[in-house]
Design a protein around this ligand. Structure first.
Ligand code: NCD
Length: 308
């Protein structure tokens, strides 16, 4: 059996067995909750800290809910963007919080690599979980996206999955690519404007397809990404109407995909920019399922790093 994780900062290089164990556990937790169990006591007496240096709705709430459902205590520590610049402050914060005997720190930070830095500086006994760092990784999102696809299409070896949009700035895309390629997805296609595509050095996996009509042809799942303007130089900012014309998911384009193609988006969605409203709310949309699965995946991860 692959060793139990102490920290989760990325899905890169995680063995397939570890990813499958987390997905299986998330599924078991989902089944338990479907049968009426709302609260377990596996993490009673443990304290989890949400340390978010960037705004978040879904991720923070679902980590909090996940921790509470496992019986842990949760502290939310919101830090204004203004105090993020000095590395020293971060480690002071870390050590202060450790002195209060936190068991796990869930961190989101605009700087790629911050969770790994925390792992290097963390004193013994505290687990670090990455809730999104810069454009580097968002491992629980990668897991919940894989779980959402697996629920409908467990035959990964037959699947073509398209990731479309601002891939260059997307930690979600990187973690999705890591999860899906490790799980043996047949083909991952990457599509987006040239200026928002990562170099092959940066992201080696995935077949680049410039034209969205071609990229989505016969696809089994399409993951749409938000234009992450906060991470773009103004020169990269596309005109929104033109963007939708070339890279927006609408009814016509979805009809080019395989029948029943899963429509996914990590949220927050920009209706009419990367996805048409009727598609976001349509029968093929799995967007709210992704949100629901996020809670179970985060329960599985907390259980993995914290259970005694
Ligand atoms: C994503 C994020 O913050 O990386 N959102 C999320 O966690 N659900 C994607 C985004 O902000 O576009």
């Amino acid at each position: 059996m692959s060793p139990r994780l102490r920290h989760l900062t990325t899905l890169e290089n995680l063995p397939r067995e570890t990813i499958e164990r987390l997905l299986d556990r998330a599924e078991a937790l989902r089944d338990a909750c479907a049968h009426g169990t709302r609260k377990l006591d596996v993490l009673v007496g443990r304290t989890v800290l949400n340390l978010f240096f960037e705004p978040s709705t879904r991720t923070r709430t679902s980590f909090e809910l996940a921790a509470r459902r496992l019986g842990a205590d949760v502290i939310n520590f919101d830090i204004g963007l203004s105090s993020t610049s000095k590395g020293e402050e971060l480690f002071d914060t870390l050590h202060t919080l450790e002195a209060m005997h936190m068991d796990a720190i869930i961190v989101r930070h605009k700087q790629s690599g911050t969770p790994d830095e925390l792992v290097r500086h963390a004193m013994s006994g505290v687990s670090v979980i990455n809730a999104g760092d810069g454009n580097h990784a968002h491992p629980t999102q990668g897991l919940l996206d894989a779980l959402t696809i697996r629920q409908h299409r467990p035959d990964f070896e037959n699947l073509s999955v398209v990731i479309c949009g601002d891939i260059k700035h997307s930690r979600v895309a990187r973690s999705d690519i890591n999860a899906l390629s490790t799980l043996g997805v047949k083909e991952i296609r990457l599509c987006g404007p040239a200026e928002l595509m990562p170099t092959t050095e940066d992201v080696p996996q995935g077949r680049r397809v410039d034209d969205f009509d071609q990229a989505i042809k016969d696809a089994d799942a399409v993951i749409m990404l938000r234009l992450q303007k906060e991470r773009m130089a103004s020169i990269d900012l596309p005109d929104e109407a033109a963007y939708f014309t070339h890279f927006g998911l609408d009814r016509r384009r979805l009809a080019l995909a395989a029948k029943g193609c899963l429509v996914m988006h990590p949220g927050p969605i920009n209706r009419g920019i990367e996805i048409a409203s009727d598609i976001a709310d349509g029968a093929q949309s799995r967007i709210l399922e992704q949100v629901g699965n996020g809670v179970f995946v985060r329960m599985a991860v907390l259980n993995e790093v914290l259970a005694r």
